[in-house]
Design a protein around this ligand. Structure first.
Ligand SMILES: *Cc1c(COP(=O)(O)O)cnc(C)c1O
Length: 395
């Protein structure tokens, strides 16, 4: 892999690195792209919107001709809600595959929307498997759709979307994917993995700033979505039809965020697209996980399920360890980490995405080692119950 040390700029003006899964550390060029104003109606901005949509579709590879890209104002959740409301018919029944906070959020969204659904809830971090999906679909012919989370950011698990997709289409149902934290770094090519729509946002693996999400969907699904949404502002069909007709967003677009995102998309291409981005994040993860393990930390997940997006570590059992203090000590050294989201044992998370490379990740490990010393923690081994939990997860 090419040495990226000269290309990755340290954060501006001594800002800390954000080891968080979005907002994340962006490049100076991406931030600088926001230093002017654009009229939303003007040709220049319409061209920017079109270039952005085209570049996003290009990431799908050969199968992209059947798809179109519809940006949506708001954070990622707004785009998820827009996708679910627009592509799930009112008389549909959906199987939601949940193994963390974002799966649960899709369930909650369906409750708000009043769309019939069942949930396969795998708890905090166990993956939903293809055989389980096949069985549930065989047992319940009323189910029409499956919703899967690509990388469940709350544990960092990379869910097996390929086998989920195979089971879904083998049973003649349709798949919608929340690829929020994976799209742009992990391939999701429709020629390899079948799905009807995916959703992601500006501030994850493309390394833009927060402000909008986007839905990438089959044109046939976009056509069929007409008149289906419960919401004026989240109506994907209406946004799509208006954008294709006028080149404009229906309501005030986040102009500066789009400008920053375009800059980030150009950098993404220069890095080698999805493959190049994924390779850097994978090396970030490998260097960081190896170093943390040397310090005695243990990951929640076994290697096969670790995503190159974010990694959950158990908190050490040592009574001198205190997460809030650890957080502050890491921040003092220039790194913002993320609290964990597990219900059974204490944990924290370290993100691998954003403008960081393996050199930065080595410094993260050094900072973690120094912070343990400052707290008087001599051993980062987690409590026995944490390791018992992990033993439940198949290799
Ligand atoms: C970030 C993220 C979302 C959206 O979260 P917002 O806070 O609304 O941007 C949805 N799903 C997953 C898997 C995510 O990582």
């Amino acid at each position: 892999m090419a040495d990226t040390s000269t290309r990755i700029a340290p954060p501006h003006l001594g800002e800390p690195y954000l080891l968080t899964p979005g907002p994340l550390t962006t490049s100076l060029a991406t931030k600088e792209a926001m230093l002017r104003d654009w009229g939303s109606w003007d040709d220049d901005f319409r061209a920017m919107t079109l270039e952005m949509r085209t570049r996003l579709l290009d990431m799908l590879g050969t199968g992209q001709g059947d798809f179109d890209c519809v940006p949506m104002q708001g954070s990622g959740t707004f785009a998820v809600e827009a996708m679910l409301a627009s592509f799930l018919p009112k008389d549909s029944k959906t199987l939601v595959l949940a193994n963390g906070a974002y799966g649960k959020r899709s369930v909650q969204t369906l409750e708000y929307l009043g769309r019939d659904h069942v949930v396969l809830d795998k708890g905090d971090y166990l993956p939903p498997r293809g055989e389980e999906v096949a069985q549930i679909l065989a047992d319940d012919p009323a189910i029409t759709h499956v919703v899967a989370i690509h990388c469940e950011t709350s544990s960092g698990i990379l869910n097996p979307v390929e086998e989920i997709s195979e089971a879904t289409y083998a049973a003649g149902r349709k798949l919608l994917v929340d690829s929020m934290s994976a799209f742009g770094a992990i391939e999701l090519q429709p020629s390899e993995i079948r799905y009807e729509a995916l959703v992601s946002s500006a501030n994850k693996c493309i390394e833009g700033v927060p402000g909008f999400g986007f839905v990438i969907a089959r044109k046939s699904e976009l056509e069929a979505a007409k008149g289906r949404s419960h919401s004026l502002s989240l109506d994907v069909h209406a946004q799509w039809a208006h954008m294709n007709k006028t080149g404009q967003w229906r309501f005030t677009p986040p102009t500066h965020v789009v400008a920053a995102f375009l800059e980030a998309l150009r950098a993404h291409e220069a890095e080698g697209g999805v493959q190049g981005r994924g390779a850097r994040y994978t090396s970030n993860r490998d260097v960081m996980v190896e170093g943390m393990r040397k310090l005695g930390f243990e990951t929640l997940l076994k290697d096969r399920w670790l995503s190159p997006i974010i990694v959950t570590f158990f908190c050490p059992a040592d009574e001198n360890f205190d997460f809030d203090r650890f957080y502050q000590l890491m921040k003092d050294k220039g790194f913002i980490i993320y609290p964990g989201k597990l219900t059974i044992v204490d944990s924290f998370r370290v993100g691998c995405i954003g403008q960081m490379d393996e050199h930065v990740m080595r410094k993260v490990v050094e900072a973690a080692g120094a912070s343990l010393k400052e707290m008087g923690v001599t051993d980062a081994t987690p409590p026995a119950i944490a390791l018992e939990e992990r033993a439940k997860l198949a290799a």
